[in-house]
Design a protein around this ligand. Structure first.
Ligand code: SF4
Length: 300
């Protein structure tokens, strides 16, 4: 059946009236799953930089980070618009006053049209929600939550350290303050069947405004890499991944924004699957599979 999904580029053109570039930035210094608040060692797949491998260094001021991120993008022309994307660690954990001040300084830049903050569902208490509400009064705010899976056995295996009902509560709380909610789902987690992955997609798609579908990447220095090197699990093959993405897109309502369809992470640290490093080829092959299934992006 014909299906038209809503890509993030089309969504941004509709909301902001132009193409918008994401600037990868750092604000938070850690996460509760590393500093002992809820766990230690972090999620097994997460890199030492808290999954913010493209983010500008946190030692720089936010204004310097923004300048550096624009340079990396190679987009310095007049009139371009940006989302300030706070990608590393947990963006609502730690000193909220300091974090709010950084977010405000980013929001105040005239060419920044909104901000996106990556965090965890169990780090959205009253104070954090109040902070987000204040930010959202200035410019659009996107909040990104790492759900990864709805299956408890996998959540334990990857050491996620929060229960599924924390995600459900966070989605309700964020809805009540009117921010754009993005859910991260990882496809290919150890021990998960295709049906289980699609159950996670279906569950998240009913609750979220946007979704990132990411192929599981094994990054050097992680616990996942140790397990992979011991041969404890298999990774998805390209065709399996393309078919799962096509199945997933068919399940996602056409008004849910698709923020990502591939893996993310620095190539230099990628141990496997190496086929995923050739992004151009992956996208070409994936699009071929999608066309075969009558799945197309919506026009602006
Ligand atoms: S994925 Fe997020 S919550 Fe998990 S260890 Fe990394 S920064 Fe912490």
């Amino acid at each position: 059946m014909l299906h038209h999904y809503l890509s993030v580029n089309t969504y941004c053109r509709r909301v902001f009236g132009c193409k918008v570039y994401k600037l990868a930035l750092s604000a938070a210094a850690s996460c509760p799953n590393r500093d002992g608040t809820v766990g230690v060692g972090g999620c097994t797949f997460c890199s030492a930089g808290g999954s913010g491998d493209f983010a500008a260094p946190a030692q720089l001021s936010i204004e310097e980070q923004i300048m550096q991120a624009k340079k990396i993008l190679g987009k310095k022309g007049e009139g371009l618009k940006y989302i300030a994307y706070f990608q590393s660690y947990t963006g609502t954990h730690g000193n909220l006053k300091e974090l709010e001040s950084i977010y405000n300084r980013a929001i105040e830049q005239p060419d920044v049209v909104g901000i996106s903050v990556a965090t965890r569902p169990d780090c959205l208490g009253e104070e954090a929600l109040d902070m987000i509400k204040r930010l959202a009064e200035k410019k659009p705010v996107w909040i990104e939550l790492g759900l990864q899976t709805i299956h408890e056995k996998t959540a334990q295996l990857i050491n996620r350290c929060y229960p599924l009902n924390a995600y459900e509560k966070a989605m309700e709380d964020l809805k009540s303050i009117g921010v754009h909610r993005i859910t991260h789902v990882i496809l290919g987690l150890p021990g998960e069947s295709r049906a289980e992955m699609l159950e996670t997609v279906r569950f998240a798609a009913e609750k979220t405004d946007g979704i990132k579908l990411q192929l599981l990447h094994v990054i050097s220095g992680t616990k996942l890499a140790e397990s992979y090197e011991k041969g404890e699990f298999d990774l998805l093959k390209p065709n399996d991944y393309y078919e799962i993405i096509a199945d997933a897109l068919s399940l996602i309502p056409e008004d849910v924004v698709i923020h990502r369809l591939t893996g993310d992470g620095a190539k230099r640290d990628l141990i496997a699957p190496l086929w995923s490093a050739d992004k151009k080829r992956v996208l070409a092959d994936l699009n071929r599979e999608l066309r075969k299934r009558d799945i197309y992006p919506q026009k602006t």
